[in-house]
Design a protein around this ligand. Structure first.
Ligand code: F1P
Length: 353
């Protein structure tokens, strides 16, 4: 475990394996801003909340908005920052009565689309901005009325792993702060120890699965707050391993995509506890169609978290094993997971024209 490596893939490996420190960093960063956040909610009385980012951080936005709708029990949505720039009317919809809140999420804090979205949101008088990021001294960090900075999540690699998980933990804590769920916030202290156990216990199976090059397509199934996470791990497979990969909601998979299932297909189910029976039925059908099915859940799955952390706040636990699987597949294919093809770690554009 955590064996020392050098060269290709080293950065990604170390970032995945050390991520639980960044999860704790995220909890500290949100706790530090609790009063500022509570003051913002009280003054803002927001009619709606919009989460936005690009790529990984857009997927994080999808996951966070679902948590907000469920636990704050208030309207929330998610949109790619590029869509806010290109199609503001279609993406924002009509201005609601009263103020809105934009939660802008970016590892780097320098992605042009996300910076422009935050600036326009303020210029148009739509409301306030909260930023979640890994870097403090950046244009986006400065645009936040409240900014949550998690330096422990910073990384050298292009593809987000530790950074994503740290910002997801922060977003989860942000939602629970807004919901006034101190019980759930306290329970989040159990995430890092559980994450370490999972990395220890499941590195070998994640490696075996990642190195199985007989598999040529990967489907990640996740529903409710887990759909955005299914999107993110699907992106890891694309970026790091250049493999055909797609995310779906559990029941959606039956509506066409399952026609792609065969022996060379891996179907990875991010199983909940609450709706497990419904979700497991989909996985069972995919096993019968000949797919290689792997399930992840708190208990009763191929990968068991055994965390004791309540379902509402434990979704980050799905990430490490699936990130490791992508890492090992990338290495097995002779690629460099630290430097995916055609990508840079930040997309900077001239949007002034
Ligand atoms: C967003 C992002 C990354 C992705 C890519 C380009 O960056 O889409 O998620 O890996 O390399 O940029 P950020 O705004 O979160 O820094």
């Amino acid at each position: 475990m955590n064996e020392k490596r050098s060269g290709i893939g080293e950065a990604t490996y170390q970032e995945i394996m050390s991520q639980t420190l960044a999860w704790d960093g995220a909890l500290t960063a949100v706790a530090r801003q609790t009063h500022a956040l509570q003051a913002l909610w009280q003054q803002g009385k927001y009619g709606s909340v919009l989460f936005s980012g690009c790529g990984s951080t857009y997927y994080l936005s999808l996951a966070a908005a679902a948590l907000w709708r469920e636990y704050v029990a208030a309207p929330a949505g998610a949109a790619p920052a590029g869509e806010l720039f290109l199609y503001p009317k279609a993406t924002f919809g009509p201005a609601p009565d009263g103020k809105s809140l934009l939660v802008a999420i970016s590892r780097s804090g320098t992605t042009t689309e996300t910076i422009v979205a935050a600036e326009r949101f303020k210029e148009d008088g739509r409301g306030d901005v909260v930023v979640i990021t890994n870097y403090g001294d950046t244009p986006l960090a400065k645009a936040g009325d409240v900014t949550i900075i998690i330096p422990e999540g910073q990384e050298e690699s292009v593809a987000q792993t530790r950074s994503f998980a740290s910002m997801y933990v922060a977003a989860t804590a942000l939602v629970m702060t807004a919901a006034g769920r101190d019980d759930l916030l306290r329970a989040m202290a159990g995430l890092a120890p559980a994450g370490k156990d999972i990395l220890e216990k499941y590195e070998a199976p994640a490696r075996a699965l990642g190195e199985d090059l007989a598999l040529d397509r990967f489907y990640f199934l996740g529903s409710g707050p887990r759909y955005g996470l299914a999107c993110e791990v699907n992106l890891k497979m694309k970026e790091m391993t250049l493999t055909h990969s797609e995310p779906f909601h559990f029941f959606e998979f039956r509506h066409g995509p399952m026609s792609m299932v065969r022996e060379s297909s891996a179907v990875l189910g991010l199983l909940s506890t609450e709706k497990k029976d419904w979700e497991k039925a989909v996985l069972q059908e995919m096993t019968e169609l000949g797919g290689r099915v792997i399930s992840l859940s708190e208990e009763g799955a191929d990968v068991c978290f055994n965390s004791g952390v309540p379902e509402a706040v434990r979704n980050v636990l799905y990430l490490p094993v699936l990130q490791l699987m992508a890492y090992y597949r990338s290495m097995a294919k002779g690629l460099n997971p630290d430097r995916p093809a055609n990508l840079t770690s930040v997309v900077e554009l001239d949007l002034a024209g």
